[in-house]
Design a protein around this ligand. Structure first.
Ligand SMILES: [Zn+2]
Length: 137
């Protein structure tokens, strides 16, 4: 038997949508029989425990998780919904991009204004300095 003991294997060896029995998800095992060599199956994590008396067993390739049972229409509707939210998200991203560009333009013109005002201020200071020195003369 090549199957590993489920209690010692890490969580990532489990399938995400594996079946549940005994309140907790089943363990994934690999068959070592001549008839089904290497075929994966789920079974109760207490399969070794004779007190549990649980003989839950299902081949992975025959197991259909609940999500797969959803009707095609439901999936189509979900797809439409996702398309719609994608479209809305794209529009929102476009809107934010435009708003950002506007802010950038505003920032640039504010910086230009600031530079102009500093130049003016410098000129005024120079003028005052000249006036000051004339008054003292
Ligand atoms: Zn069980």
């Amino acid at each position: 038997m090549s199957a590993r003991d489920g209690s010692s294997s890490s969580a990532n060896t489990y399938h995400d949508s594996r079946p549940i029995c005994h309140h907790c998800p089943c363990i994934l095992q690999v068959s070592g029989t001549d008839k089904n060599p290497g075929r994966k199956f789920y079974c109760c994590r207490y399969w070794k425990d004779s007190n549990a008396k649980c003989k839950f067993f299902v081949w992975v390739d025959e197991y259909k998780p609940k999500v797969w049972k959803e009707s095609e229409d439901e999936l189509k509707n979900k797809l439409i919904e996702m398309d719609e939210s994608c479209r809305v998200a794209r529009m929102e991203a476009e809107r934010r991009k435009k708003a950002k560009n506007l802010l950038l333009e505003e920032l640039i013109s504010t910086k230009e204004d600031h530079a102009r005002m500093e130049t003016e201020l410098r000129n005024l200071r120079n003028m005052f300095a000249v006036l000051d020195s004339r008054i003292k003369m």
